[in-house]
Design a protein around this ligand. Structure first.
Ligand SMILES: [Zn+2]
Length: 219
């Protein structure tokens, strides 16, 4: 799960730091960012977690150590709405093979003077279940819910709007048409092409992959 020590005096490999940042956030402790950088806020957050677990706080997390074990076992406390996350966190919540393509779509849309914003990147299975029961989503598990076997975000879908219009017509449609064109040029699937139009939705895998992604997600 992590390969080397993270935090105070640690090796702080970027991938390991990101993993620890997600684990802290999932446990309800704000790590500062999901950026792979071990700064003072991350070390302070590790100390908060250790204090909560009754572990002498040293601000570091070792592979196979007690703090890591406790963090992984802690119940998820992020069933709040991830649509409220900052944009960088929403981007960080996308699968590493999907994220650069969304970044490219956003850059192309900005070059066309749009103001693209991600509404949903990853969202938890619990939030998906709420949307499903409210009739806002047709499925219990979507590509938005894809995660690592440890339950950390790795979404294969993102919903993008223009921050001036969101879903407000008629302007929104100008944006969604551009989104569809640009997303498909990046090899993505666009929800606007579906029978039940999902204008803001782009995904990095075909619908036929959903069962496999769900299995890998342990959901
Ligand atoms: Zn979507």
């Amino acid at each position: 799960m992590i390969e080397a020590t993270v935090g105070e005096g640690g090796a702080n490999r970027a991938d390991d730091v990101r993993t620890v940042q997600w684990l802290l956030l999932r446990g309800g402790i704000e790590p500062g960012g999901i950026d792979g950088i071990a700064g003072p806020r991350l070390i302070a957050a590790i100390r908060v977690a250790q204090d909560r677990f009754g572990i002498e706080p040293d601000g570091r997390i070792d592979p196979g150590g007690t703090t890591l074990t406790r963090l992984r076992a802690a119940p998820a406390r992020w069933d709040g709405d991830s649509s409220n996350w900052p944009q960088e966190r929403k981007l960080a919540s996308l699968h590493p093979k999907f994220r650069p393509r969304v970044v490219a779509v956003i850059a192309r849309l900005r070059a066309e003077r749009f103001r693209p914003a991600i509404v949903y990147g990853w969202r938890s299975v619990a939030v998906q279940d709420r949307l499903f029961r409210a009739g806002s989503s047709k499925v219990r598990f979507s590509f938005h819910n894809a995660q690592t076997p440890d339950g950390l975000p790795a979404a294969w879908a993102a919903d993008l709007v223009d921050e001036r219009w969101y879903w407000r017509e008629p302007d929104a449609h100008v944006f969604f048409r551009a989104l569809g064109r640009v997303a498909k040029a990046e090899g993505l699937v666009w929800g606007g092409d579906w029978k039940f139009r999902d204008w803001a939705h782009v995904q990095g895998r075909p619908n036929g992959d959903l069962a496999a992604v769900r299995r890998q997600s342990g959901a």
